[in-house]
Structure formats: C-alpha cells, structure tokens
Design a protein around this ligand. Structure first.
Ligand code: SF4
Length: 210
C-alpha cells in the first residue's frame, strides 16, 4: 500500500472514532494485565462479565494471592482454559510482588518473563496502560493487515514489524485499537462487511464482498 493510502486509511479510521478504547474493562494496570491474560481465545464480553465482580474485590497482586487459586477459579470458570489461566495469574501476581514491588513493569522483557504473558499481551499492556506506541497483532489485526495490504506477513511478528514500519507516527497511539475494532466488526473472518467498509477503495483484497 502506498504511504498516501496508508495515511488516508488511518485518517478515516481516526475520523470515525477519534479516541478508541480497549473493550476490556479494567481499573488499573494490574487488572488490565489480568484481563488480557484471561482474554486469550475468549471474547472481551465474556471476560468483562467474569471480571466485573472480581475487580470489585481484587485490584492488586496482594489481594489476588489472598483470594487464592480456588477462589479465583470460582470467578473465572465461565472463561475457556480457566484452569491454566488462573494458575498463571496467581503465579504472575506472586512474581510481581517478588520482582516489581507489586507493580506492573513498563518493560517488555519483564512483562514477557511473567507466566501467560506473550508478546501480544505485553504489547497491549504497554500501549493501553502506559501509552507506548506498540502494535499488538491478534487474529483481527493480522487478517485486516494482510487483506488490505497494509502489512502483509505470514506470522504475527512479520505483520507487527510491517505495521510499525508503515504506520505514520501521529497515528501510532491508537492504530492498534482502530485496526482491532475494524477487523472485529467490519473486516470479519467470514462474510466481511465490505459494502459498509469506509476503507474499501483503499483495500487491496481481491475477494471483497458486496
Ligand atoms: S473492503 Fe472488505 S476486505 Fe477490505 S478492509 Fe474492508 S471489509 Fe476488509
């Protein structure tokens, strides 16, 4: 995609939604981290339903350890893979206290050293909690970047590198959210809503619908 088209694409997504927000509910960086860990292969809506009562009671790693593994499982058992996710959350809470005085570190390496935290989760936390211009590539962003031609790649890491290179600086703060929301609601995996798509004329996908 040409730089002019890339700029047009982000300008339109920006005009439509100037200050996009994460659809995951959280009250501080720690609860954001917990919510993102819970959201792997689950919907944000399902995670929010489980965390609404949890985050009323638990807002810190110390409170999470007090709640304990079985207590946590009770709150999150409606979420897929909850056993493994709950175990990771208890262990990462312990490590946050041990290594980071109970705070979520603003550091990719330190985040990725926590159980259940991969590159994508670290990118979300760095962007949403700390305002860093990172690019988390999930399934929606991956699909949209490849279809449009914004950043083609075979792996999330390839696409992340392509997006970081292609995205003009002034759009970086919100680029991840614009792409995720467009991929989630318009450029869906099945039956993308090309007829309603505001970037249709910029999109390079040969199989557009409608
Ligand atoms: S035109 Fe269709 S394929 Fe292209 S970005 Fe829009 S919804 Fe996706």
């Amino acid at each position: 995609m040409t730089p002019k088209k890339v700029r047009d694409l982000f300008s339109r997504l920006q005009a439509q939604n100037p200050t996009p927000k994460s659809e995951l509910d959280y009250v501080n960086p720690y609860t954001l981290l917990v919510a993102v860990v819970l959201s792997a292969q689950a919907t944000d809506k399902g995670v929010n339903k489980a965390t609404a009562p949890l985050f009323k009671k638990v807002k810190t790693p110390q409170a999470m350890l007090k709640l304990g593994l079985e207590g946590l499982k009770d709150y999150v058992k409606s979420i897929g893979l909850y056993n493994a996710k709950a175990a990771n959350i208890i262990e990462l809470s312990r490590l946050l206290i041990e290594r980071h005085a109970g705070q979520v570190p603003q550091d990719r390496e330190a985040l990725q050293a926590l159980p259940g935290v991969g590159r994508k989760t670290a990118n979300v936390v760095l962007n949403v909690a700390f305002g860093e211009p990172t690019m988390a590539v999930d399934t929606h962003v991956f699909r949209l970047a490849n279809r449009t031609g914004l950043a083609k790649g075979k792996t999330p890491e390839d696409v992340e590198a392509g997006l970081l290179k292609a995205t003009p600086k002034e759009f970086m703060d919100h680029a991840h959210h614009w792409l995720i929301l467009h991929g989630r609601y318009i450029c869906t995996a099945r039956n993308p809503r090309c007829q309603d798509c505001i970037i249709r004329d910029l999109c390079g996908w040969d199989e557009k619908t409608g």
